[in-house]
Design a protein around this ligand. Structure first.
Ligand code: NAP
Length: 264
């Protein structure tokens, strides 16, 4: 039996990029999907695509930085699907941290979506998983969560917070038969990274390849996955570099940081 077949999977941030690619691959494997994002027209198009492939999918529109909306959206999906086996908390946002002006609203948004949003999603599935005595919770974090980087402080902090939150949950939920995985990708070609210069994104990977790697990690219940290995190694090396060198290497990026097309 193919991994995913017959499983009930909720994916946040399924309207584009990595979330969309995971949804389509799992649908092809026979999973039943519950999709969450803010843009209804994109979600509805993916659900149609999945139904055309013979699959089963539902969607709900929710802003995961809003606790009530998230709880309602996910509980409605659990009802539609008759339960949940896997939560993939993938929705996330990214934008540079500037100092003149110091863009606090942007940083608040990253913390709200990338960290609090995942916590709200976990809240929405936890009682059901505890009651059924099984489940899997997966968060899409980032290799950026392992090192504070100039011009990326807000994003790296949101992902570092997510990494340690998931680590604690993993150990706490272990005796409850609920497995927790933290997925830390390097650069993936998605709408989030399309504003960046490809020269600044070594070992850039397409979303479909990333989705396959992530699904394999979910299947083997990986605790933490860092990929691709080249970027993972690079980030470990960066961890040993002196501040002056990192500042110099990222100076050009910080002179003209690539802003998202629409503000967060
Ligand atoms: N691309 C990379 O290089 C890379 C690397 C490491 C980690 N990641 C992480 O991978 C995840 C997916 O990113 P991506 O690259 O696939 O970017 P993306 O294409 O921009 O996808 C982000 C998804 O999150 C959804 N989203 C954003 N804010 C939301 C909110 N407040 N409520 C609900 N949904 C929201 C978006 O849908 P709507 O706009 O329709 O709501 C979209 O579906 C993120 O957590 C990101 O941090 C990406």
């Amino acid at each position: 039996m193919k991994f995913g077949q017959g499983q009930k999977v909720i994916i946040t941030g399924a309207s584009t990029g990595i979330g969309r690619a995971i949804a389509l691959e799992l649908a092809k494997a026979g999973a039943q999907l519950g999709l969450i994002a803010r843009r209804e027209e994109l979600l509805s198009a993916i659900v149609n695509e999945i139904q055309t492939l013979g699959g089963k999918a539902f969607y709900r529109v929710a802003d995961i930085s809003e606790r009530k909306e998230t709880l309602i959206g996910i509980s409605e999906l659990i009802n539609c699907m008759g339960g949940i086996d896997i939560l993939i908390a993938n929705a996330g946002v990214g934008a540079p941290t500037t100092i003149q002006p110091f863009n606090v609203e942007t940083q608040e948004k990253m913390i709200k979506v990338n960290l609090l949003g995942v916590i709200y999603c976990i809240e929405a599935v936890l009682q059901t998983m505890l009651a059924s005595g099984k489940g899997q919770i997966v968060a899409i974090s980032s290799l950026a969560g392992f090192k504070g980087l100039p011009g990326e402080s807000g994003y790296t902090a949101s992902k570092a917070g997510l990494n340690t939150f998931m680590e604690g949950m993993r150990i706490q939920l272990r005796p409850k038969n609920i497995f927790v995985s933290t997925i830390c990708p390097g650069f993936i070609k998605t709408p989030m990274t399309e504003v960046n210069d490809e020269k600044d994104m070594p070992w850039l990977m397409d979303a479909e390849t990333a989705a396959s790697i992530i699904i394999k990690a979910i299947q083997r219940k990986a605790k933490v996955l860092r990929f691709p290995w080249q970027t993972s190694l690079l980030m470990r090396i960066v961890g040993f570099l002196p501040d002056w060198l990192i500042e110099r290497v990222m100076k050009k990026y910080n002179e003209n940081p690539p802003m998202p097309k629409t503000p967060l």
